[in-house]
Design a protein around this ligand. Structure first.
Ligand code: FMN
Length: 218
């Protein structure tokens, strides 16, 4: 196990998108979060720089296979074995992140297999354990993907992630401008709330001296 300490004064949020669609509304939600983080409108310690960094596309991850899962980068057999490069990169991004923001669509009342696959790669390696996580779902439908959110929550809790905020953006298409960006003030306000909750959770961890991120190296 390697210990890594995040840079004091900065807070890195890894943005994970559950959609691959070019005009994804969930990707638009994450872009809005990134814009808000770099603006001065958040109610957090002004000495803290928040950056929202987009994770590697989940499409690069191979299908999860326990035979190819080397969570500790240590050989399980006599042969040295390494994780798939995309898996190692994704785990590394999570290791370096203080917090995670997941944005997911709902498909057929569930959440995307893409996201389930990505999460399965983290079960054994543990990058989400005790990590502050915010979970956003966005859908053009009026219920806003609450069923996907409910199941995702159960899975994140099973993985011992510290889920500190959730948001459900129903009717999201009406909240985008002509360029496909989030322009609606109530949506932006919800996103501010989520970012502030993540920042508070990270600061609380740091103040309690629990700022080490223990994980395998990237
Ligand atoms: C196969 C399929 C199933 C869908 N099922 C649901 C659903 O169960 N609930 C829902 O709210 N929207 C559903 N939708 C609509 C998606 O929420 C919508 O396409 C959304 O824009 C996808 O997210 P994205 O824009 O981030 O790609 C479905 C769309 C597709 C293509």
């Amino acid at each position: 196990m390697e210990s890594k300490t995040s840079t004091p004064g900065t807070l890195r949020i890894l943005a994970v998108c559950g959609s691959l669609r070019k005009k994804s509304v969930n990707a638009a939600v994450l872009r809005a979060a990134a814009r808000l983080a770099s603006s001065a409108t958040l109610r957090i310690d002004s000495a803290l720089d928040i950056e929202v960094v987009l994770a590697t596309s989940l499409a690069e991850l191979p299908h999860f296979n326990e035979d190819d899962d080397f969570p500790d980068a240590a050989p399980r057999t006599g042969e040295a074995r390494e994780s798939h490069p995309a898996v190692a990169r994704f785990r590394g991004e999570l290791t370096l992140a203080d917090a995670v923001l997941i944005a997911s669509p709902e498909y057929a009342h569930g959440y995307p297999g893409l996201l389930k696959n990505a999460l399965d790669w983290l079960v054994g390696s543990g990058q989400l354990v005790d990590k502050p996580v915010a979970l956003s779902v966005a859908s053009p439908a009026h219920l806003g993907g609450f069923r996907a959110q409910a199941t995702l929550l159960q899975i994140l809790q099973a993985m011992n992630a510290r889920v500190v905020a959730t948001a459900n953006f129903a009717g999201i298409r009406a909240k985008l401008d002509r360029a496909g960006e989030v322009s609606d003030e109530s949506t932006l306000s919800e996103l501010r709330r989520i970012l502030e909750a993540l920042a508070a959770a990270v600061q609380q961890k740091r103040e309690s001296g629990d700022e080490r991120i223990d994980s395998q190296s990237a």
